[in-house]
Design a protein around this ligand. Structure first.
Ligand code: ADP
Length: 189
């Protein structure tokens, strides 16, 4: 069962993805968390990632695709994965399809969380992670609009996209996640 969450910074992907993953008993893979941990441990990938993380820019596609490609071959991912923050560009989305084709397990659903920009800014400022500075936040929004937004159309055309209003409480949003989950796109049923 392979699921992706898509949304701008602050949309609540992490909260929803971790809850759904726990309920389904499969890993929640947050590429932001994976890259921050690699940077903290100063692994080779982490040293590359560190150059991008603080600036609000995306790490190069091939770096993250390699990390994910390896991670999903681990045994805990056999039953599926909930991706959070990946894919984030069209090349990442097509690379994920290629990886999943190799495994023989296609993507099940792409859940997009929609939240107006001012609410995102308020949430990020309240969260206060080290990259949650107003300038970096604007760079991350720009990356989202230019690089990530096109993957919504990509998944829409595949009949996999489900759009969710992310403005409510975590419980409200999760109820919507589950409702889409229980009525997956027709093409899959
Ligand atoms: P947010 O969604 O709030 O920006 P994340 O924790 O998902 O937070 O990501 C933090 C940073 O990690 C991003 O700004 C980017 O630099 C990097 N990153 C995470 N996922 C990816 C990815 N799939 N491709 C490239 N860079 C990524």
């Amino acid at each position: 069962m392979l699921i992706v969450f898509i949304g701008p910074p602050g949309a609540g992907k992490g909260t929803q993805a971790s809850r759904l993953a726990a309920e389904l008993g499969i890993p929640h893979l947050s590429t932001g968390d994976i890259l921050r941990e690699a940077a903290r441990q100063q692994t080779p990938v982490g040293q590359i990632a560190a150059k991008y993380l603080g600036s609000g820019q995306l790490v190069p596609d091939q770096v993250i695709v390699d990390v994910i490609g390896e991670r999903i071959t681990e045994s805990d991912c056999e039953q599926g994965v909930v991706f959070d923050g990946f894919p984030r560009t069209l090349p990442q989305a097509t690379a994920l399809d290629a990886l999943l084709e190799q495994r023989g397990t296609p993507l099940k659903i792409a859940l997009s969380l929609d939240v107006p920009e001012q609410m995102l800014i308020d949430r990020l400022m309240a969260r206060g992670r080290s990259d949650d500075q107003i300038e970096t936040i604007h760079k991350r929004f720009e990356s989202f609009d230019q690089l990530t937004h096109p993957i919504l159309e990509y998944y829409r055309q595949k009949g996999l996209l489900r759009e969710i209003d992310g403005t409510g409480t975590p419980d409200d949003v999760y109820a919507q996640v589950l409702s889409h989950w229980k009525t997956p796109p027709q093409v899959l049923s």
